[in-house]
Design a protein around this ligand. Sequence first.
Ligand code: AMP
Ligand code: MN
Ligand code: MN
Ligand code: MN
Length: 275
Amino acid sequence: MHEKVDLHCHSISSDGELTPHELLELAAERGITHLALTDHDTLDGLPAAALAAQEHDICLIPGVELSCSWRGQLLHIVGLGVNPECAELKQGIAENQQRRWQRAERMIEDFLNHDIDLGKTVSGLLGDAVPTRPHFAQALIKLGYAKDKKQAFKRFLVRGKPGYIPLIWPDLTEIGRWIKAAGGIAVLAHPMRYNMTRTKLVALIEEMKAADIVGIEVSTPVNDANQIQMLAQLAREHKLLGSMGSDFHSPDQPWARLGTAQPLPSGVQPVWQAL
Ligand code: AMP
Ligand code: MN
Ligand code: MN
Ligand code: MN
């Protein structure tokens, strides 16, 4: 059967713009056969996504994107094929959500100290979602403090700028434990985004594997052909499962369109075949 795979995307349950239902509709339009919904630190979108996936005859892989730290750096790990009922995973996610809520409160205070009152606007935008920095970016745009998301993330929300509150995330090994407990496969998300040297990336891969994080995103639409070949080589050398995904958040981000990650290079074992 012809496969079209996208194992990394977001809905309104975190910082995406589409409902799970709209997301599955778009996936169907794009001819996607396998889709993983991987919202940041929440499983809330999965039931609605599963229903819509049935309608469109798409194989929905329950997923989550978890924030963690490694050597003081923020990393994202995608859990694929996780059981959303697993108590250990639910507990871990609850802890990350608590971190997010505490940070959101401190961000609002920090903005107030700069005479920017975002409280009501952010609350209105959040609905039932877990709070993320893009929600704050949206509020800043709505109130005229930034013209778009890019500018919001340039003027605010990042180190040294108003609204930046550092967050201490759980260690890599903890995340590996939660995903394994939930019967899922853990994958390093967007490896090129961390600006690591190859040596550092190899050190990370070794520690990841020891923490039961056994996959890596090899193909994403923002990686060029050389980067994809380099990541494929690492996956083959270190016997990592290969994943591919767009990191889709919104239809108006042309660099991350749903279903546009290139197929995996040969010799890389597809993670979705191991689920
Ligand atoms: P958070 O996990 O709440 O700290 O927010 C991180 C999310 O913000 C990422 O997953 C991206 O979706 C988004 N993000 C981070 N930096 C930028 C940026 N410079 N421009 C647009 N979105 C960004
Ligand atoms: Mn995001
Ligand atoms: Mn990410
Ligand atoms: Mn993501």
